[in-house]
Structure formats: C-alpha cells, structure tokens
Design a protein around this ligand. Structure first.
Ligand code: XMP
Length: 514
C-alpha cells in the first residue's frame, strides 16, 4: 500500500455491511477517508500519513478460527483509533478484555445512556441517544485500562475509552443514518481526537474524476436507464471524452412507466447526448419465463442485459470501454469489497459481464453513495427533476413481481407503482421518500365487485425513507394519502381487489422485496 492519505482517515475493513459507509460519513465531514484491508500494518498507516484509524464492524466472532484481525501494533498507542462493533470487540480483546456471544442479541434501535460526558460524546450527551445496534457478540469484561463512557440495556459497555489514550470503542453504529447524533460522534473523533484535515469536496472529486477519465483511450459505451446513476455517469463521461461517448438505452420491459420518454428529454434534449434506443422486452420476458427463484431472476436479467449489450457493441463498435453506474452499496452487497463481507443479493450491474465481452469496465461512481451522486449530478448540470428521481433496481420490476414474471403481474406492478408516485407527488411527499412503489405476487384474495365475489391480486405498497439505501425505515404517510393510493389502485388497476402497506424497516427486511 503506497497511498498518500496525509491528514485523512483509514477505515480498516473487517467485512461489515457499513464499512464503506463510514468512509462516506467521514468524507461528509470534509475529510478524506479510504477503506483499506483489515491487515494493513501500523508501518503502512504511518507511511500513508493518516491522522486516525477506524476499525469497521464485521460478521465474524473475534475468537472464531479464521476471524480477521488487525496488526497488533496499531493498539500500541501511536495512532488514534475508533473501533466500531466488531472493531471495538477486537480492541477490547487486544487490551486483555473478554468478548462473548451475548445472551441477548441486539438488532435495530437501542437507547444508549451516556455516563461520561464530553470528549467523544461532546454535544451528544444530553439525555443519551438512540443508536442502531446489530450484534450478537458483546464485550463481557473490559480491561482495567478501559473506562466506560456509555451503556445500553443489552450492552453495559456500549462505549469505552482507553484510559489516558486516544482509543475509543462503540458497540453501536454511529455511521448509519438511524443513529441519532452519529455524525456528531464521528466528527468528535475525526476532527476533535484525530485533528484530521478538512480538504475533501465533491467539486474536487469531480475535477479529479474528469481528469482521470479523460485519459481513457478510444470509445466508451454507456448504458443509460433513466435513473440518476447512469445519467450522472453519462454526463461525467461526456465531459471527459466528448464525442467518443455513445449511450444506449435498453428497454427490458421491466422498467417504470414512461422511462424512455424521460431519457429522451433529459439526456437527449437537455444534455445533448447521442442515445440509441433498443426494445429488447421480448427477450427479457422470454428469459424470465418459468423462473421464480429471486436470485435466478436476477441472473437471467443480468445475462440477457449483457447479451443485448454485447450484440450492440459488436454491431456498432468496436468500443473499448463499458461505463456502468455501479454505486458503492451495489459493490458491498455483492461481496466485492476489500474485506470479508457476506453476499446479500447478486446485483446485476456488478460483475455480470460474460467472459466474451472484450470491453474494459469503467465505474466512475463505485466509491459513492446515492446522496453523493445527486450532489455530483447537480454540479454536472442535470435538472432537479432527474436528480430527485427515486432509485430503481437494475433487475427492475423482476424483483417487484414475486414468483414468475408474467405480463399480467408486470402490468399490475407498473400501474400501481405509477399511482403511488403520482399521489406522493400530489401530496408533496415524493421527495421525502427514498423509494415508493408497489409489488405483487401470486396470492389472490377475495373481493366483491357489484354483487359478485371475485378473486383478485393483493398489491403491497412500500414507501421507505433512507439516506443511502443501507438502512431504511417505513414512511409514516398521512392516512389520507394512503387512502387515496388504495382507492386509486383498486379503481384503476385491472385485477386488483386489495391493497396492503408494508411496515418493515431495513434491517431486518431489504428495501426491494426480492
Ligand atoms: P435492498 O433491496 O438491497 O436495496 O435493500 C438497496 C437499494 O439498492 C437497490 N437495488 C439495486 N440496484 N441493482 C441495482 O442497481 C440491483 O440488483 C439492486 N437491488 C436492489 C434498491 O432499489 C435500493 O435502493
């Protein structure tokens, strides 16, 4: 490792789902942060010039065979450390404390009482905080060299500090948006304890990216979907390589209503990009015929997408590079990170290219989260209407139609989702929601139409709030809004007799139903 991270923060990756999110939060404070392999040594960190180190969470148990460990030298006091969850447990173990499987697992919200105000908890202490926990192991005995700063019902040692040193540990996750004052806590560590330098900005990122991308030789092919990510990728590449960029829009038949027209407007008219439209919906529906397993559906969509792409590239090419709008959450959830993360879902836009494809992948946004991409899009001149659009998954409606994907269920899902979006817009609730859609499966419920009993679909409406898609909470919509949605769906969408509202947060659920 020979990166220059002078004045920045190193986040060591122990495989936690939120490891990169810590970097994102630190960057949000204006400080550069890099995610590094967990085995990075003290000597390497010192050479890189970091101001401090954060140890991420992770899925292992610290005593398990093969569990990832840090270089023991880093705990020697030369460098400030904040250990989070698993990283905290490693720190406790390194200083002679004990960690064990907790009798009680703590997942989701927990109230944390601050017992030692100031320092790490400066500005956070009044009344404690509600923190996001996600652990089954806990520190059961802390060494005499550590003092307790905070406790929760499930964790008597929810936060600790090495006496007289600059090492801190927290059992909860200050980096997730659902931990109250988590940003303040991170800022107390990064700016207060470490004295890190504030020299990172999105404008600087844009400038560096354009400089880097302009070194690409030859032509670049970019798939655009109408979503924020691919639009921003196309815009940044157009700035970097100009006319050597060619955009293609593949209609998978699994998109939201009116997607093609939106792309024509924003990319074609507003940004003046050259976009080719391909209708491949029959091929996608054919590939999904008889497929009910969610992972198989994702793979079928991914493979068909790659095939259509490859054919286009062969006919219209040669293209040297293939640009994709992969974001960091896609990378981490597909287990393609620097550390030992567990795979949650296979994302079709990550690593799904066939071996025959002879283009090199360019992923200008792979370090970023959605809110950062929106900020970048604003700097690139994308219209507000395009930037505020809700995210839409690569496999499209295939993951919102449960069971086999049929034309009938697709119609129900698309029509009901359009109504959800329209009502939220009307009631001024669209922008507050991270995503808002309807999904449908094969279950039929009984309804009455006139005097007749009739089996029909039950559609589930899902509206969630989130900052980055990593954690999410269901939206407490106004009852009048919910009523409007329900009435319009049963009146306007053929075959639907009932509407339900999903009340699950992430975790434990994921945002997409599949
Ligand atoms: P989950 O369902 O994993 O979703 O909580 C988190 C965010 O990612 C989006 N998502 C995807 N995006 N390809 C994508 O480009 C995918 O395969 C995919 N699966 C989920 C989802 O819509 C949410 O915003």
């Amino acid at each position: 490792m020979d990166q220059d991270l002078t004045g920045g923060i190193a986040v060591l990756d122990f495989g936690g789902q939120y490891a990169h999110l810590i970097c994102r939060r630190v960057r949000g404070l204006g400080v550069y942060a890099a995610l590094l392999p967990h085995g990075t040594t003290l000597a390497e960190l010192e050479r890189a010039g970091v101001s401090g180190v954060i140890l991420s969470g992770g899925p292992s148990s610290v005593y398990a065979p093969g569990a990832p460990h840090a270089d023991p030298e880093i705990f020697g006091g030369k460098i400030p450390i904040l250990g989070i969850c698993y990283g905290y447990q490693l720190m406790v173990k390194a200083h002679g404390g004990e960690v064990a499987g907790a009798g009680r697992r703590e997942y989701g919200r927990s109230r944390v009482r601050v017992t030692e105000a100031g320092g790490l908890f400066e500005g956070v202490d009044g009344g404690g905080l509600v923190a996001w926990m996600s652990h089954s192991d806990s520190a059961t005995k802390i060494p005499p060299s550590m003092e307790v700063l905070a406790a929760s019902d499930g964790s008597p040692y929810a936060a600790v500090r090495l006496s007289g040193g600059e090492q801190y540990g927290v059992q909860f996750h200050p980096e997730v948006s659902h931990t109250e004052k988590g940003e303040r806590l991170l800022s107390n560590f990064v700016l207060g304890v470490c004295g890190a330098e504030r020299k990172w900005s999105m404008r600087g990122f844009l400038q560096r990216s354009v400089e880097e991308l302009s070194k690409l030789d030859g032509t670049v092919l970019c798939a655009v979907s109408g979503g924020v990510d691919s639009s921003v990728v196309a815009a940044i590449l157009s700035k970097a390589v100009g006319a050597r960029l060619r955009c293609v829009f593949i209609d998978t038949g699994l998109l939201r209503e009116g997607e093609k027209e939106k792309v024509q407007g924003v990319l074609g008219r507003d940004l003046g990009l050259r976009v080719t439209f391909i209708d491949a919906s029959d091929r996608f529906l054919g590939a999904l015929e008889g497929v009910a397993d969610p992972e198989e559906k994702r793979r079928a969509v991914g493979k068909t997408f790659a095939d259509v792409f490859e054919e286009f590239a062969r006919e219209e090419g040669p293209f040297v590079h293939l640009a994709q709008g992969t974001l960091y959450p896609d990378v981490i959830e597909s287990g393609r990170s620097t550390g030992p993360a567990a795979v949650i879902k296979t994302h079709h836009n990550v690593g799904g290219l066939p071996p025959g494809l002879s283009m090199r992948t360019v992923e200008p946004l792979r370090e970023l989260y959605k809110d950062e991409v929106r900020e970048l899009g604003g700097l690139l001149g994308l219209p507000e209407s395009a930037l505020k659009r809700h995210p839409f998954p690569g496999p499209g409606l295939a993951v919102r139609v449960l069971g086999e994907v049929t034309a009938e269920k697709l119609g129900v899902c698309r029509g009901a989702s359009r109504i959800v979006e329209e009502v939220l817009e009307e009631d001024g609730a669209y922008s507050e929601a991270w995503q808002a859609f309807a999904y449908v499966g094969d279950d039929k419920v009984t309804g009455v139409l006139g005097d007749e009993r009739r089996y029909g679909f039950q559609v589930v409406v899902k509206v969630v709030e989130s900052v980055d898609g990593m954690t999410a909470d269901w939206s407490r919509l106004d009852l009048g809004t919910l009523e409007k949605i329900s009435t319009r769906i049963t009146n306007e969408v053929q075959g639907v007799v009932a509407v339900a509202y999903n009340l699950s947060s992430k975790p434990p659920a994921t945002i997409e139903p599949q």
